[in-house]
Design a protein around this ligand. Sequence first.
Ligand SMILES: [Zn+2]
Length: 77
Amino acid sequence: MPANIRPISRDVPLIQLGVYQCRYPVSEDRSVPGGHRFCAAPTSADRVYCDHHHSIVTAVDPRRARPGLQLPHRRAA
Ligand SMILES: [Zn+2]
């Protein structure tokens, strides 16, 4: 049984992250390589974030968050 898979989110430095652990940075820590600690909750095989953080990341996708932001097409006649 892999010892590096944790059932709940914990601050984990990048070097301790497993392949299927959430890579969402949850806190800063200058004492670890990369300067951040990560969620490390279990992820699906095709995702780098856990379900919780995946929903956060997709919610703030600028292409989805700003449907009205487009290049202006109208011109003054
Ligand atoms: Zn996460």
